[in-house]
Design a protein around this ligand. Structure first.
Ligand SMILES: CC(C)(COP(=O)(O)OP(=O)(O)OC[C@H]1O[C@@H](n2cnc3c(N)ncnc32)[C@H](O)[C@@H]1OP(=O)(O)O)[C@@H](O)C(=O)NCCC(=O)NCCS
Length: 170
């Protein structure tokens, strides 16, 4: 498996992987967010893909955190369902964590409560839940998702950002 920077040519494979992820995990929550626009939204162009046997199987991006210009947030992390449980997301997270450390920036992320595999993975890597809130936007079934905010184990422990300061996770 190889981790490399995302290119425009990756988009068809990424959209296919995102569609499958939405169907299995409700990520993204809203069906109309299975789109190139949503995938690229707000990541400042810093994004990586995981490739296995010449097939793109996973993606992660990093974004400037809106309310805190001195920190970054993990953005659009997903792995094609057929490629899971083999360390693809771990390798993508290691890439983002290393990038943030090189820039000497703290790293945060937001995750919807129903994405339990993701929360288990973050916690197994030492990420710490620092807060949560109810989303203002409604899912297709009318419910409002619970959002959890996590902080990287590499962060300055005294650096806390306000709940909900990351990019929209819908
Ligand atoms: C969360 C998600 C990205 C994880 O992807 P993944 O590639 O399966 O993750 P990994 O393989 O790195 O880790 C998953 C599990 O496999 C285990 N694992 C890691 N490397 C492994 C290996 N080489 N062999 C076997 N198992 C391994 C991990 O320990 C982890 O165990 P856990 O289930 O106890 O946490 C994926 O489930 C997903 O795309 N979910 C939907 C989207 C989502 O929720 N994104 C988060 C948005 S904030």
């Amino acid at each position: 498996m190889e981790i490399r920077l995302r290119t425009d040519a990756d988009m068809p494979a990424l959209l296919a992987a995102l569609k499958a992820t939405h169907e299995v995990d409700k990520y993204p929550v809203l069906p109309n967010h299975v789109s190139e626009e949503w995938l690229l939204e707000g990541d400042d162009g810093m994004a990586w893909v995981a490739e296995h046997e010449s097939v793109v199987v996973g993606h992660v991006a990093v974004a400037t955190t809106e309310e805190d210009p001195d920190s970054l947030s993990v953005h659009r992390l997903f792995v094609r369902p057929s490629a899971r449980g083999r360390g693809v997301a771990s390798a993508l997270l290691t890439t983002v964590e290393t990038y943030a450390r090189l820039l000497a920036q703290d790293l945060f992320l937001e995750v919807v409560s129903h994405n339990t595999d993701a929360m288990r993975l973050y916690e197994s890597r030492g990420w710490r839940r620092t807060g949560g809130y109810t989303a203002s936007w409604a899912a297709p079934d009318g419910t409002h998702a619970q959002i959890n905010l996590y902080a990287s184990p590499h962060n300055n422990p005294s650096h806390v950002i306000e709940v909900g300061a990351g990019r929209p996770t819908e």
